[in-house]
Write a protein of this length. Structure first.
Length: 96
């Protein structure tokens, strides 16, 4: 579980990132979860964009992705989700 100062630190670092995944009409698929988990292992911090045509509420999409990929949900802002998961092999981010 992340503390508030850690979330603030991660939000600051994620500000310059661009979303690398998009959730659309198909919703969250098992293949998408696998790819997100692999991206989190490589990058530790990612953004996911939720498209307008997604039929599932954004909070539910965020909860589904974070729980299935084992990531921490940092923030849902607008239609963008910020996720963090500490890498086992390529640790880059040192939390305060």
């Amino acid at each position: 579980m992340l503390t508030n100062p850690q979330k603030r630190f991660l939000r600051k670092n994620a500000h310059s990132l661009h979303p690398i995944f998009q959730v659309g009409k198909g919703g969250v698929t098992p293949n998408m979860i696998i790819q997100i988990a692999e991206a989190l292992e490589a990058r530790e911090l990612i953004k996911v964009s939720i498209l307008q045509n997604c039929e599932v509420p954004k909070e539910e999409v965020a909860e589904t992705i974070s729980s299935r990929s084992g990531a921490e949900l940092v923030q849902v802002i607008g239609r963008t989700i910020i996720l963090y998961k500490e890498s086992k092999n390529k640790k880059q981010i040192v939390l305060p």
